[in-house]
Design a protein around this ligand. Structure first.
Ligand SMILES: *Cc1c(COP(=O)(O)O)cnc(C)c1O
Length: 474
């Protein structure tokens, strides 16, 4: 399997070449040159597999430069009951009327990002070990991504994480989650500023190419292909649980922000998984809902990017979206470059032609949006009618799913976080605080490990330099 860029660079690359990279050199995103097709016989064989076995089968179709026994060991070590809480790893829970929830949030940080990030940690350690290299991951977080990355990379050989967060501005739970990590390779840098300051510092450091090379700076952002690939597995696992035979079809509704999660559903559907609809659910930040209704994609400015009670979906643009558009346009790299490389850079928007827009339906996509009032009502109703407590992001999904249900087609809503992370909204909806998993009951009283930093790139660089000993003299 070889990988190409969405912007026309056809240089074939193997999996381990793109594993540690972000964008392709032409500014595009990596995709496999073709999606492997899953035959009826293969689908039948996969139905009986455990989650880790299924993950190995699917990953093997995309990764041919890691020896199968090594890949098997990495996957088996990742998807365990110990880490994800159940033998099924992603069990379904019925909500009635053909709707069910697929639990993706029982990993260490109580959000679905662990599903991919835990695998990425093991893949990074393996690949760096094989090359005899080290990597220093520099990131900025306002909550979810940073903690998922830290819990994936903690204790991993060859990897250090330097995570910038706005001091005092994360939720107490998220702050405790990150700062209580005692691993020596994890560095929490609490920056005196807001999230944008943190992100600007990361950009400034990454733009210093000499520094970046000398100190082997990398990232783990959501455009990483391995993250997306790991997420393909739970679409298959959800399908097998919701159906008895492979003649049946199901639909998925996906609470969406950067389009990574639902893009994995698109890949599963392209491989031949019998998915009827992929329903994109957004909150008030409805860039994607607008696109799927109109064919126009308009990046929002900061004045139009809202802070909501489903904060992990508060995006101004969707960084994985280009992958879908490339497929929608018949994999025309020049046209994709025209839209993302030129129109977006110049005008912050593009509109597909009527002809191009008409193709969306054939890819199964539909969309809807939800508001704070919708979330609160949905959390309350789901609790009172089904006895299930859901978080605010999942509530956006349930709300939109109920508007897109079709009789006879199971609708699976992806549960992207647990309610324990968003206590204030849950209390507003049902009048009591969400339960905290027993293993995390003492989280907020554990000792903390973080370093206060000014919002200054030079100071952060100096900290990095003094904590990356192997780069000295490079
Ligand atoms: C990251 C995140 C999302 C959005 O997922 P994308 O892959 O960016 O679309 C939704 N819900 C939660 C809880 C998240 O952490």
């Amino acid at each position: 399997m070889k990988y190409i860029s969405t912007r026309g660079d056809q240089t074939p690359r193997v999996f381990s070449e793109i594993l540690l990279e972000g964008l392709a050199p032409d500014g595009g995103l990596y995709l496999p040159e073709a999606y492997p097709q899953v035959s009826a016989a293969t689908l039948a064989r996969w139905r009986g597999l455990s989650y880790a076995e299924l993950a190995f089968e699917i990953l093997s179709l995309y990764i041919d430069d890691i020896p199968p026994l090594d890949l098997k060991r990495l996957v088996d070590r990742t998807y365990t009951e110990e880490v994800f809480g159940t033998k099924a790893i992603v069990p379904l829970r019925p909500l009635g009327e053909g709707l069910s929830l697929e639990a993706l949030s029982n990993g260490p940080t109580l959000a679905f990002k662990d599903m991919a990030m835990q695998l990425l940690g093991n893949l990074f350690e393996y690949e760096l070990g094989r090359r005899g290299e080290t990597l220093n991951i520099l990131g900025a977080t306002s909550g979810d991504t940073g903690s998922a990355a830290e819990y994936a990379m903690r204790g991993k050989a060859g990897v250090r994480v330097f995570m910038l967060s706005p001091k005092g501005r994360m939720s107490p739970f998220q702050q405790a989650q990150m700062f209580s990590l005692q691993d020596e390779n994890i560095h929490n840098l609490a920056v005196d500023g807001v999230f944008d300051d943190c992100q600007d510092i990361v950009k400034a450091v990454s733009n210093d190419l000499a520094f970046k090379r000398q100190y082997r700076i990398g990232t783990v952002n959501s455009i990483n292909w391995a993250r997306l690939l790991a997420q393909v597995v739970y679409y298959f696992a959800g399908y097998f649980q919701a159906t008895k035979t492979n003649d049946e079809v199901v639909s998925f509704t996906v609470p969406s922000g950067n389009f990574g999660n639902v893009c994995a559903g698109h890949v599963a559907r392209q491989m031949g998984l019998p998915i009827a609809k992929l329903v994109v659910a957004t909150n008030e930040n409805d860039v994607l809902d607008e696109f799927f209704r109109t064919g126009s994609y308009r990046v929002r400015g900061s004045a139009e990017t809202y802070e909501t009670s489903s904060p992990s979906m508060d995006i101004s643009k969707a960084s994985n979206f280009e992958r879908f558009v490339f497929d929608l346009l018949g994999r025309d790299g020049a046209r994709t470059q025209e839209l993302f490389g030129r129109a977006i850079a110049r005008d912050g928007l593009f509109a597909l032609s009527a002809d191009e827009t008409a193709r969306i339906a054939a890819f199964g996509f539909e969309s809807g949006r939800s508001t704070h009032a919708d979330r609160i009502t949905t959390i309350r109703d789901t609790w009172h009618t089904c006895g299930e407590l859901i978080d605010t992001h999942t509530a956006d999904g349930v709300k939109v799913a109920s508007e897109h249900r079709v009789p006879g087609v199971p609708m699976i809503v992806l549960e992207t976080a647990l309610p324990a992370k968003f206590a204030a909204s849950i209390e507003e909806a049902v009048g009591f605080a969400p339960p905290v998993p027993a293993a995390l009951a003492d989280l907020e009283t554990r000792p903390r490990r973080s370093v206060d930093m000014p919002a200054d790139a030079a100071t952060i660089k100096a900290y990095l330099a003094s904590h990356v000993p192997e780069a000295h003299g490079a």
